[in-house]
Design a protein around this ligand. Sequence first.
Ligand code: IMP
Length: 199
Amino acid sequence: MARRLSAGARLVLASHNPGKLREIEALVAPHSVSVVSAGELGLPEPVEDAPDFVGNARIKALAAAHASGLPALSDDSGFCVAALGGAPGVLSARWAGLAKDFTSAMARVNAELGAAAERRAWFVAVLCLGWPDGHTDSFLGRVDGSAIWPPRGDRGFGYDPMFLPGGAAQTFGEMEPEAKHALSHRARAFAQLMAACLG
Ligand code: IMP
């Protein structure tokens, strides 16, 4: 049973990624919680050294909850490509290097795919609500589609321009934010979190 947030609760968004923050703020906006980001509180970024999305989401949520004394919402997510055995997966941010160069990261995915006919790909997001006493609840969302080349669109962030969701005509990089929210991995995880923790 997930621990519930009280109406009007103050929540730390435990991410320093501007693209994620923008999307999570839009998802949280209709609900009766107020948010402050880890960056606004001057919280450091913890080392994400768990082998999976759930582990890294817990690390980030608990680091922010302990440092702030508030419940904290984290997101650990990634782009997974079937023909690459699920890579870059938990290493999605690291493939972009210190310069956070996602043009290069997408080019690497395409280069490693080569002429492979198998283009199935998916995004995963684990949202974790962590509490100062160490309690956590995690929720996983996923959206399936394909890895396309060349990338299309300049909206969104990260690998969005090379991801075409199943049944869609536009990549995540081409879609209006509302269209991405209607089917994204992050929105799907968030819907579960809200149903379990605030409703
Ligand atoms: P981390 O969760 O901080 O390890 O970073 C996840 C990385 O996955 C991001 O830096 C993006 O590169 C990628 N990613 C996660 N969600 C999305 C998305 O919605 N669109 C595009 N890229 C994403």
